[in-house]
Design a protein. Structure first.
Length: 148
């Protein structure tokens, strides 16, 4: 399996407001791919999720992925909360509908069906990590793309 390191980030100018997502994909041979996009009226959490969704969607075959996120919402959602939400019919412990269920379902399908081995890692945002800083720059570029 090819090894890929991914850094993702989301940004929003206002919450809700124009938002962007960015992802940096680095393969073991040193090649890199930058992805970004945006939406006119969205939230930061949605953009954080879109960055991960788009990064995983860009992989052409099953990979061994080390995926860095600076969003506790995404990290805890995918590694802790998701099984409970699914078991409860996409409801929270408080019996409320899960927010961003459309994106959680897309992400769940990508993770379950992509054939990837994913090592989820949290990185503190805006703290000098080069990969995270590049993903942040891409997300901010995405905000500009999303303004229409």
């Amino acid at each position: 399996m090819n090894k890929v390191v991914i850094y993702t980030d989301g940004a929003c100018k206002g919450n809700p407001g124009p938002g962007g997502w960015g992802a940096l994909l680095r393969s073991e041979d040193g090649s890199e791919k930058e992805l970004c996009g945006g939406e006119p009226g969205t939230t930061n959490n949605r953009m954080e999720m879109m960055a991960v969704i788009e990064a995983l969607s860009a992989l052409k075959r099953p990979c061994q992925v080390t995926l860095h996120v600076d969003s506790q919402y995404v990290l805890k959602g995918i590694t802790e909360w998701l099984p409970g939400w699914k078991a409860k019919g996409w409801r929270t412990a408080a019996k409320q509908p899960v927010k961003n269920v459309d994106l959680w379902q897309r992400l769940d399908a990508l993770v379950a069906g992509g054939g990837h081995t994913i090592d989820w890692r949290w990185v503190r945002g805006h703290n000098g990590d080069p990969g995270n800083e590049r993903a942040d720059g891409l997300a901010n570029r995405g905000v500009d793309l999303g303004r229409f």
